[in-house]
Design a protein around this ligand. Sequence first.
Ligand code: SF4
Length: 320
Amino acid sequence: MDVFLASPRGFCAGVDLAVDIVDLAIQQYGTPVYVKHQIVHNPKVVADVEAKGAITVEHVEEVPEGAVVVFSAHGSPPSDYEKAKQRDLTVLDATCPLVTRVHNEAKKYTREGKKIVLVGHAGHQEVIGTTGQAEMELVDERQDWNLPHWDDETEVAVLTQTTLSVNDTALAVSKIKKSHPNAIVRDDICYATTNRQAAATELADITELVLVIGAQNSSNCNRLKDVAIKKGVPAYLINGPEELDHSWLNGVEKIGITSGASTPEKQVKAVIEAISPANIFRVGPGEESTTFAIPRSLRSMVGDGTRSSSKEELIPDEDN
Ligand code: SF4
């Protein structure tokens, strides 16, 4: 049995940065440091930061007055910053810069008087943060949807959640363009989502089964699973070897493995060890070099911003 390993997979630059900000906050302020919402959507990453002294809460109101809080990578609505101010909290903002870019686009187009449409999944943390930035229509492409009847003069700008399916979003955007051909469409699906979906597509083309390693509440992990299933290949999203059902592997010679942007590489290694393949082959566009610096606004709060952690060590490229 051979494993075909997606490249890229695993941690993106935004997740690296968010985890580092929690580490730096703990170094600078001591414990506990509060984290509003899971720092990234992965229970093992959350457990790791909590073992170092972070406390995850869901709402700003749960953070004791005067404490230090990190806002998660998914972004937060302005109302959360306002509540934090009222509680005299020290806020370290771990919002991914690519999510902040979408927030800034929303504010800019609002200032310009345009109607904003956000293609995104209702209830996802990133969408809660983005819809808080300005008035906008949410298009959830998983459901039936229609835009309001805006006249032909109405200028429309279309933004997207960063972790959506590239193909499903293209369909939603083309429907919007039919009624609003002049709509400005921002390409907000991030590089990490795009590259991981491209690699998953290649995996599905050459394998009989795809395992996506990651958490059930991770949007980008679920989209990777969808990519394989839409290509007619059975796919499962599992956290690690403990969730691997070995009956899935019966009669299978080629297994594709990938992982979402919030999945630590050690979870991938553990699954590969459990499968014990004869060979491992790389598939996909290849590793990424994108990194994000600690935002200038945080450098004075977390020392010089020197980051001890860096991109995780990947499984060595030994078989091709
Ligand atoms: S998946 Fe994309 S948007 Fe989300 S944290 Fe990673 S780089 Fe940022």
